[in-house]
Ligand binder design. Structure first.
Ligand code: PRX
Length: 656
């Protein structure tokens, strides 16, 4: 088959409901329309100008970019401190009484931290770290619930130049241990527990188990959050209130080199050993502060809420460092979105008059499933901008989000990026870009991205799907995989010489809009057509009865692979054979007969990772009726068993 007649990935789904920026939004937007042209003309100059404007330097850099593929160094020769940039300088500039975080615990308790409060707490924590023997360059593990001490601990590390290694509080002892061993962490900061859906999560017990097998860890610093009884090991464990509270609230920031390691964050992946992604100081901070300002159109009085967990890169970049660098007021919420009822988020938005909400499609689809009545109970008129991240967002979910949450008024920015990219790379700018539901639109100013075929040839816009690659270095890019340069080279830089391989499928439409098609491993091959899972899922979610769908390929004697669809219905719809038939026809109608699922199974839930990504690998195991692979990264391992039993008992219920 020639490359011309058979695109890498078929791009069948077409979505054409455009939303130009509202005139009043465009008139006040932070980004001006010439930003693209300016950045394109000289991307190093663009970033250098932003670095002068946005960051405070102890020593200015001498070279903007030193690019020795695959290693980039940004702002070489510069010295600065991230915590100073995120906290101290705002207090010096008279913003001490501005709120940094409105925090809300799951049980309903609240705390408000101003920038001055944050400065005092960070300094005390930094001094406690010093007392516990942590020095510049030492790695510190952090395993905490979403409480104010989590960003405080991260900033305290940054203040003394000790890279942090945050591990999501929902991960197991085993996951924590592996990451602490990889990082050779000297100290672990944790809590007795956290609150999740009305229950106490016993973090300390997991941390104890993890640290037992992580010999480099000398101390554990423990925040008392829940107050339940926990074991403290004498000589090793220290309560936060015993050591932090008695420290001085003054601490000199350590000026570190631009390329000093700020943190490691392990990407869990679905199969292989997690990679310790390395992010450094100046370029990272600049990349996220700049994208945060332009993409979320941040204004001094905005109340901004990124509803991710800080344990993921989204939280590192867009709850902690980006918003704080921009002196933003943020919401921090400890618990589950549906506790005690599915309108918890909407009540928070109403209470704090949130202006900007940034969350994941998985959350949006689950709210869609609960129905419009939950957001309708609340006044959400303070919202002026919505964002989405983490997965492709189905056009129907995008439209629901804009309508039911954004009151048919707010732009929705669908932002594409990765743990490795550190910052958002493909995204609309809400005052400039005409939005197209389901598309992340185009690369951020100064970012180089294109779509190539298997041979590395560029796929022309409008002609089909291929692989998304990045063609220029960007300031927040990862600087390597910790202690594994070969894996860094192999994973990202070996597939196409000179280009960063994202691992994502993508198509660019005739108007230059980028459509992310999911991970390349998720592409299905049906009768010789390579079809991306997201397109079929979007066609299913386009049907009014469907809230969420996941499709996988199942081996098929006739077509090579056939499409097996797992479908979650909205609460208003009932499963039936007739509906399954209707859904098949709907997909056939939306994208073509080739994409019609051969089997449809109705299910109440889908197996997801703890960050909300659907684990298609397990759904493939279920579809093939084979034993399940590794389930340790699942958020809820019960779900997969339920689906499997259902699939077995009915031999895939709706055999069409
Ligand atoms: O497949 C893409 C998907 O999430 C992957 C990165 O996951 P992670 O490192 O966990 O970071 C998530 C938060 C940045 C990408 O390779 N992804 C992320 N955002 C989008 C997306 N897919 C489509 N559209 C998006 N907006």
């Amino acid at each position: 088959m020639s490359m011309q007649s058979s695109p890498e990935i078929e791009a069948l789904f077409s979505e054409r409901r455009d939303f130009p920026p509202p005139a009043d939004f465009a008139a006040q937007s932070n980004a001006r329309p010439d930003i693209y042209e300016q950045a394109d003309r000289d991307f190093e100059g663009f970033w250098a100008a932003e670095a002068e404007r946005k960051l405070s330097w102890v020593q200015k850099w001498t070279t903007v970019l030193d690019w020795q593929l695959p290693y980039a160094k940004w702002f070489v020769g510069g010295k600065l401190n991230v915590a100073y940039n995120c906290v101290d300088r705002h207090v010096e500039n008279g913003l001490g009484s501005k709120v940094a975080y409105y925090w809300e615990g799951e049980p309903g308790d609240t705390r408000t931290l101003t920038y001055a409060d944050l400065q005092r707490e960070v300094n005390k924590c930094a001094n406690a770290l010093l007392e516990l023997g942590v020095r510049t360059g030492d790695r510190v593990g952090i395993y905490m619930p979403m409480i104010p001490e989590l960003p405080i601990a991260m900033l305290a590390c940054a203040k003394i130049g000790a890279p942090h290694v945050v591990v999501f509080g929902g991960f197991s002892a085993e996951a924590l241990q592996g990451r602490m061993v990889d990082a050779e962490a000297k100290l672990v900061i944790t809590a007795d527990g956290g609150n999740r859906r009305g229950k106490v999560v016993d973090l300390k017990a997991s941390a104890d188990e993890a640290v037992a097998g992580a010999p480099t860890v000398e101390h554990m610093l423990v925040v008392q959050r829940t107050g339940h009884e926990v074991a403290m090991t004498a000589g090793r464990d220290v309560w936060w209130h015993d050591i932090v509270d008695r420290q001085s609230d003054q601490c000199e920031p350590v000026a570190v080199d631009s390329e000093h390691l700020l943190y490691l964050l392990h990407t869990s992946g679905t199969t292989a050993k997690p990679k310790g992604v390395m992010h450094t100081t100046a370029g990272y901070l600049l990349g996220i502060a700049t994208t945060h300002e332009y993409i979320f159109d941040i204004k001094p009085d905005d109340i901004y809420w990124c509803a991710a967990d800080i344990g993921w890169v989204t939280g590192h970049s867009y709850i902690v460092y980006g918003p704080l660098a921009n002196a933003t007021t943020s919401i921090l919420y400890e618990g589950a979105p549906d506790h005690p009822a599915p309108d918890r988020w909407w009540s928070i938005i109403e209470k704090y008059k949130v202006n900007i909400l940034y969350c994941a499609p998985t959350a949006i689809r689950s709210f869609m499933k609960h129905g419009d009545e939950w957001p309708a109970k609340h006044d959400l008129s303070s919202l002026r901008l919505l964002g989405s991240v983490g997965e492709p967002i189905n056009p129907e979910a995008w439209l629901w989000y804009r309508r039911a949450i954004g009151g048919d008024r707010t732009p929705v920015v669908d932002t594409w990026w990765q743990t490795e990219t550190g910052m958002i790379l493909i995204t609309p700018l809400p005052g400039i870009t005409t939005l197209r539901p389901g598309s992340a639109t185009r690369p951020f100013p100064g970012v180089g991205a294109k779509v190539v075929d298997a041979m590395g040839n560029e796929v022309a816009p409008g002609s089909g799907g291929g692989y998304l690659v990045l063609t220029r270095p960007w300031p927040a890019m990862l600087r390597g995989v910790y202690k594994d340069p070969e894996r860094y080279q192999q994973t990202y830089w070996s597939r196409y010489p000179g280009m960063y391989f994202t691992g994502d499928g993508c198509k660019i439409d005739a108007d230059g809009y980028y459509w992310l098609l999911g991970r390349v491993d998720d592409v299905m091959n049906v009768a010789g057509h390579r079809i991306s899972t997201i397109e079929v899922e979007s066609a299913l979610v386009d049907h009014p009865a469907v809230a969420e769908a996941a499709v996988v390929a199942k081996n098929d004697p006739v077509t090579g692979q056939a499409i097996f669809a797992f479908v979650i219905l909205r609460s208003s719809a009932q499963p039936s054979d007739a509906l399954a038939g209707e859904l098949r026809e709907h997909v056939g109608h939306k994208i073509g007969p080739i994409a019609r699922p051969k089997q449809i199974m109705f299910t109440p839930e889908l197996p997801k990772t703890r960050s909300g990504k659907i684990m298609r690998r397990l759904l493939r195991d279920i579809a093939e009726q084979r034993p399940l692979g590794d389930v340790t990264t699942l958020a809820d391992s019960g779900i997969v068993e339920t689906i499997r039993e259902k699939a077995q008992s009915s031999q895939a219920e709706q055999l069409v």
